[in-house]
Design a protein around this ligand. Sequence first.
Ligand code: ZN
Ligand code: ZN
Length: 87
Amino acid sequence: MIGECPLCHRWLPLERHHIFGGSCRRKSEQYGLVIGLCHWCHNEPPMGAHHNAQTALALHQYGQRKWMEEQGKTIDDFRREFGINYL
Ligand SMILES: [Zn+2]
Ligand SMILES: [Zn+2]
């Protein structure tokens, strides 16, 4: 599916990315914290989310804010649910 990549703002085929991976992957799915990224911002070095700590952090912060806003929760709630605070 072609769309605007939220990171580089180019119109490219988008790949599905779980904002919180690893042990939080299922929670990402459950809360709809899944976004479309272009291949370069997703899974290619040097900038891709799976290769670049800065890119991953920016997405984690975006995802945490989105979760807190949508669920009406606080940073402490996020820490309880995801075991970490990115803000
Ligand atoms: Zn991109
Ligand atoms: Zn991904």
